[in-house]
Design a binder for this molecule. Structure first.
Ligand code: NAD
Length: 350
């Protein structure tokens, strides 16, 4: 059996972790690595990841029209959050008949905000006979896939409320800026107005995915964002928060069906919540027949969870029908604890 050959595209905090995880799995082989950062380009990937050299050089990504990708089975993309930014990268991969897994938040359900691009990607994937999936911890798992799985034992669902209280401390400067961590309350409000502070990316995708899969027709989604104002001094490797300044963003969204609020997602994200006695956790409350309640304490860690979701979905994607797929259309995620080639063969019924 030959190895499953993967290209890692994007070697930041997430992409590097995914590459390390793939290197540790039997039957997966990284055959190519791309990043646009000149400091990474040219390095041996194994060396860059802190291990032994593996002979794979990190390269500048190819441009559209440049058809020079390695022979591979799949590309794992960890470059950006937005469908419009990753669509050209996905297009290159598809035109090489490569399957794609992306952690771009909007790719979890790109029909929500980019229906034209979603249609284009779906068409290309079908034309080239390969599959594309957007996944991650959230969106991709906690506030959508996990909720859907919890509705499986329900005869009826009336209302869904889910809350993810997490700690942003492991994340870098980009996340601190987009969440408004460390700034004054006035600067937070100005950032929301200008679009520089966005809070969580993914509510629309999660809510659309939930509604579509349950068979609910959404009227609209309402979102609110409030600053989480710190009472104490907080400091991480990337940010300092003075008392009275912003420690994070309490971002919530409600999806309405026939004018009735049906899906309520609440996601307060801040650095070091424990300094004010706040425990992290993931909570799902389904009102229906029967009511179902799930509490996970502490939160499922976001960084590790994202790396794992992207890598663990490889066999499902390789065994899937061609097209642009969502987590709801693929078999349940599961950790890869054996030879990935054998797990793929089993999924294909070979
Ligand atoms: P990061 O900033 O640490 O790394 C991004 C890397 O991609 C950098 O090395 C950068 O040089 C590279 N890059 C950017 N554009 C590129 C391009 N066009 N071609 C090649 N390389 C390119 O970010 P991260 O923490 O690794 O996260 C990556 C993305 O995934 C972010 O947008 C983040 O918001 C998203 N994300 C999603 C989830 C989820 O649950 N779905 C979870 C974590 C991160």
């Amino acid at each position: 059996m030959s190895d499953i050959r993967v290209i890692q595209w994007g070697l930041g905090a997430m992409g590097s972790g995914m590459a390390r995880l793939m290197e540790s799995k039997t039957g997966l082989k990284i055959v190519g690595a791309y990043d646009q950062d000149p400091q990474k380009v040219g390095q041996d990937l194994g060396d860059f990841l802190g291990g032994a050299e593996n002979g794979v050089r990190i390269q500048q990504p190819p441009n559209v029209g440049e058809m020079s990708l390695e022979q591979a089975d799949l590309v794992v993309l960890a470059t950006s959050s937005f469908t419009k930014d990753v669509a050209p990268q996905i297009e290159i991969a598809l035109k090489h008949s490569l399957n794609v897994i992306s952690i771009a938040e909007e790719m979890a359900y790109p029909w929500a905000q980019e229906p034209e691009l979603a249609k284009h990607i779906d068409g290309l994937a079908k034309e080239y006979g390969v599959s594309v999936l957007g996944t991650g911890i959230n969106p991709g798992f906690v506030l959508d896939t996990l909720i859907l799985a919890m509705t499986g034992p329900c005869l009826e669902v009336d209302h869904i409320k889910a809350t993810r209280i997490n700690d942003l401390s492991p994340f870098g400067p980009t996340v601190m800026q987009t969440q408004g961590v460390g700034v004054s309350v006035e600067a937070f409000e100005a950032g929301l107005q200008s679009g520089e502070i966005v809070g969580h990316v993914g509510f629309k995708e999660s809510i659309h995915l939930l509604a579509k899969t349950l068979g609910w027709k959404l009227d609209r989604i309402e979102e609110t964002r409030f600053p989480i104002i710190s009472k104490v001094y907080r400091e991480t490797a990337h940010v300092k928060v003075e008392p009275g300044h912003v420690a994070g963003c309490k971002h919530s969204a409600i999806g309405y069906v026939d004018g009735v609020p049906k899906i309520e997602l609440i996601h307060p994200q801040q650095v070091l919540p424990q300094l004010e006695g706040i425990e992290t956790g993931d909570y799902i409350d389904i009102s229906g027949q029967p009511d179902i309640h799930l509490a996970i304490k502490p939160e499922i860690p976001g960084g590790l969870g994202t790396m794992a979701m992207a890598v663990n979905m490889i066999p499902q994607v390789l065994a899937a029908r061609p097209g642009l797929l969502s987590m709801a259309e693929l078999p349940v995620p599961a950790a890869l604890m054996g030879d990935v080639r054998a797990l793929l063969a089993w999924r294909k019924g070979e």
